[in-house]
Ligand binder design. Sequence first.
Ligand code: Q9C
Ligand code: ZN
Length: 342
Amino acid sequence: MKIVLNTEYASQNGKNEIHLGELVPCFENHTRIDKIIETLQQNDWSHLEKPNDFGLAPILEIHESSYVNFLKTIWQEWLAEGNTNDILPYIWPIPGLKRNIAHNNLNAKIGSFAFSNGTPIMAGTWLSAYTGAQSALTAMSQVIAGEKSAFSLSRPPGHHAHAGFYGGYCFLNNIAIAAQFALKNGANKVAILDIDYHHGNGTQDIFYQRKDVLTLSLHGDPSTNFPYFTGKIDEIGEHDGEGYNKNYPLPDGTDFHLWHNTLEQACGEITNFGADYLLIALGVDTFEGDPISNFKLTTDDYLQVSKTINAIGLPTVFILEGGYSVGPIGKNVFNVLSEFMV
Ligand code: Q9C
Ligand code: ZN
């Protein structure tokens, strides 16, 4: 397998988010990747590829240009008004308020491009997110070129990002960008399997009306978990995409037995679909020690996850998403990749 490192992974360096009514240090921080790199090195895997630059075009295949422009320019606009702290949205034009995304006030504009408040923007955000998308594209291109598997080792994550707004620690939907790139480069169908603890709302929405991308997500039931407003079982896609989105919400406290049975169901769907490539939104926030989640998977359980995904037999791209228990994150990720690490 090839592992591509987002060389700008530390440039996103937010200070705080609100957690249970309190300002706390961001859970999604660079120590996550530091730890994964350390574990890879301890296991004699020190060769990390650098991302190639595919430019903006593959990003604009997925994201609205007004939104990309916002991400590129908002920090300079914020500085120009004399601000120095991270940008956090605090007002949103939800139904009932008049929606005007062309608003000139920065706070109004920021809320128009965001859906949640825990995702700070600072000087390095655009470079970090852009290079992360390039890492995903580089991993995808390796697999298109014949590698059996590749891993984009990157933060910030991507699966919560929609075509036109950010949130849930995500700015650019890396896995959607990579999937679309595969379709533009010869693939007829791709499957996206999201095993992060949280529903992949951005990915679902981006491909909701399409039948060339099967989107599947296993996650904490949105009745009690972020992102709350999406991820239910009756969200099955629409128009051409009807039947090509499947959600597997699981109850709080889910253990490996139930989680893995569900994973096998999802793998069956992928096999029936007949994809050319499989893309995995790899979050290890399903780990029993995760500070913001409550599933019960253990470090050893991820070895079996690797076997089950490998048994599908498709060329596979892994894209890092969440996982906030920093101590064990390296081993947890390493174990998911283990069957592919040849
Ligand atoms: N303030 C990913 O795992 N809310 N995103 C958490 C604590 C946001 C998770 C509540 C969770 C987003 C990629
Ligand atoms: Zn997550």
